[in-house]
Ligand binder design. Sequence first.
Ligand code: ZN
Ligand code: ZN
Length: 185
Amino acid sequence: MSTDSVIISVLDVCHNMVRESRRKKMFLLVFIKKEVIVPHAEYLAMLKAKQAEEILHQLEDMVRLQAQGWSFQQADWENMGNVIRQAGLGDSIRNALDLARERAIRESSEQQVVRLVPAAATSIQVLEKVTCGSEEKCSVCLEEMLTGSQVTQMPCSHVFHGDCIVQWLKTSHMCPVCRFKLPTT
Ligand SMILES: [Zn+2]
Ligand SMILES: [Zn+2]
């Protein structure tokens, strides 16, 4: 049951109470408590991942501070090495640093946005105009293309409203349906 449907049910009950008792006012406090049940193994895995993340952050901080001229005792590094082994992050500080680096690379590539490259103007101009054989939806505007009307066909044979595909290709050189690539400038 969604929160919205709980609220609607409560309001229904209120409405009936007001009508039956002919009360003019009613004061009502409603608490909605949400409980989430996570399987124990999953919870432990979550805790472990969180702990590993914190250890890697600490290690990165140590390395950064050391590079800035801060000096750590041999015992500090040994402690860190023990913590890393206990957390299953590898046999040495080096292993853990490799993990931290991999994670950083992964995060930066996840954040990378796909850069949109427009199609070359000439490749847009030469697109074939065909007569729409059957009623189907234009994937750019999601509206019907009428049978018998003139539509524009991409080399991959996907068809669109002329204006729609021209606008699209000025932003991206890829077919909106199959990602077929038109030449770019
Ligand atoms: Zn369209
Ligand atoms: Zn296509």
